[in-house]
Every structure is written in structure tokens, then in C-alpha cells.
Design a protein around this ligand. Structure first.
Ligand code: ADP
Ligand code: MG
Length: 226
């Protein structure tokens, strides 16, 4: 991102949700974005994941100027590269875990759906919960199903906006452990939004935002990450 901004105009007022952001993220990084409520974290995630367009500046993905892409290219980039995880799990109440994870493959008309869905559930440590419905699982397990549902289409980048926001500390740790393993074992880039320091401590790099600007960007050696 180069001098990137996202301004919202409501009536006569302009809110600079992002205000001249410079940020370079490498493949395979595990990065946490922190900052108070309203500092622009979700706006940044939405722009990164091509859910939203900036109003100024440049966003390059692997050298390609996303601002110059047409809608079809951006949609393909979004669907082919990014996986999203949110605070709410958005699971369907009547489906069991394996059916939830198969769903994105159904939409994409992919073959071997059951096998791939099982692999994704095993990767998040839910190999023994495949037939469970949301009401039969803990919050942490439901979030892991949501992560498996993202993982099953092989994203290269996972954007997780407050993924532990609805979880207690211990269950949150479990979810963070899963995200860390996706970076370590699958080489996936994970970009995480959180306002909890203990959650950010799992990441190798912490970017802090205030009023739409980056005010701090620190990296830590992998051996120092919890
Ligand atoms: P965070 O995720 O850090 O809490 P957001 O990115 O959601 O912050 O919001 C950043 C700023 O942009 C806030 O002041 C918010 O009120 C404003 N904002 C976000 N979305 C919109 C919108 N759709 N219309 C107008 N203002 C918005
Ligand atoms: Mg937010």
C-alpha cells in the first residue's frame, strides 16, 4: 500500500478511515493490526481483501496495481487468493461441520469435496467433530470450523478481523495456535486484527493504527513469538 487512503463522505463531513498508509507485507508473514475502535483496522482489511476500493493512493498485489484492475479481475483475485475469518462464525445452524466446510466447494463446483473438507477439518484439529452441528460445539470449535471453511479453497492470504473477539482467553489461544500453524505449516500469509495484546503476541509483526494512520510497525524474531 502506497499513500493509501479511504475517505467516507457522509453529507458535508469526510471521515478519513485510512489516511495515507504505507505498508508492505511479505508472503508468509504473520502480522497483527492493532489500534483503538475506529482507527481504521477493518477498513484496511476490506481494502486488502478487495472487498472495498481505496479513494486515494495505490494498492499492489504481487506487483499488480489493484486499482487498475476491472471488476472481474478484482473478483477473481478476491476469490482466488483471500480467505476471510470474522468475529462471528456465520455457520448455518442445521449443517454439521463437514457440510459447512464443503459449502464453498459446492459453489465452486469442485470435485472430491468430502475428502478436501475432511483434510481442512483435520488441519484445524477437528478430525473428531466432523458430524457435529454448531449447537454441539464450543465457540472455539465453531471458529475453527469457520477457519476450515476458509482453508478448504486454499487461500494464500487469510484476513482475520477480531477472530477471537467472542472467545474467552483460553479458547482464543486455541484459535491463535491454529492460525500460527497455517503460517508455519502451510506458508499462508495471515493478517489479523485484534485489540488484545495477548492475541497480537502470537504474530511476528505488529502494526499499530491511530486515526487511519500507521503509528508503529515492529517485527520480532520468530523465537520471541508466543
Ligand atoms: P476499526 O475497525 O479500527 O474499529 P473502521 O475501519 O471500522 O475502524 O472505521 C474507521 C473509521 O471510518 C471510523 O471512524 C468509522 O466510523 C468510519 N467508517 C467506517 N465505515 C464507514 C462507512 N461505511 N461510512 C462512513 N464512515 C465509516
Ligand atoms: Mg473493526
Amino acid at each position: 500500500m502506497e499513500n493509501l487512503s479511504r475517505h467516507y463522505r457522509t453529507g458535508t463531513e469526510v471521515v478519513a478511515a485510512l489516511d495515507g498508509v504505507d505498508l508492505e507485507i511479505q508472503r508468509g508473514e504473520f502480522i497483527a493490526i492493532m489500534g483503538a475502535s475506529g482507527s481504521g483496522k477493518s477498513t484496511m482489511m476490506n481494502v486488502l481483501g478487495c472487498l472495498d476500493r481505496p479513494t486515494g493512493g495505490k494498492y499492489y498485489f504481487e506487483g499488480h496495481d489493484v486499482g487498475k484492475m476491472d471488476d472481474d479481475s478484482r473478483t477473481r483475485l478476491r476469490a482466488g487468493v483471500f480467505g476471510f475469518v470474522f468475529q462471528q462464525y456465520n455457520l448455518l445452524p442445521r449443517m454439521n461441520a463437514i457440510e459447512q466446510v464443503e459449502l464453498p466447494l459446492v459453489y465452486r463446483k469442485v470435485k472430491n469435496r468430502r475428502v478436501r473438507a475432511k483434510q481442512a477439518l483435520v488441519a484445524v484439529g477437528l478430525g473428531d467433530r466432523m458430524k457435529h452441528k454448531p449447537t454441539e460445539m464450543s465457540g472455539g470449535q465453531q471458529q475453527r470450523v469457520a477457519i476450515a471453511r476458509t482453508l478448504v479453497v486454499n487461500p494464500r492470504v487469510i484476513l482475520a478481523d477480531e477472530p477471537t473477539g467472542a472467545l474467552d482467553t483460553r479458547t482464543g489461544e486455541e484459535v491463535m495456535g491454529i492460525l500460527a500453524s497455517l503460517v508455519r505449516e502451510h506458508g499462508i500469509t495471515v493478517i489479523l486484527v485484534t485489540h488484545e495484546q495477548s492475541v497480537a503476541d502470537h504474530a511476528e509483526r505488529v502494526v499499530r493504527m491511530r486515526d487511519g494512520k500507521i503509528v508503529e510497525d515492529t517485527r520480532r524474531p520468530v523465537w520471541a513469538v508466543s
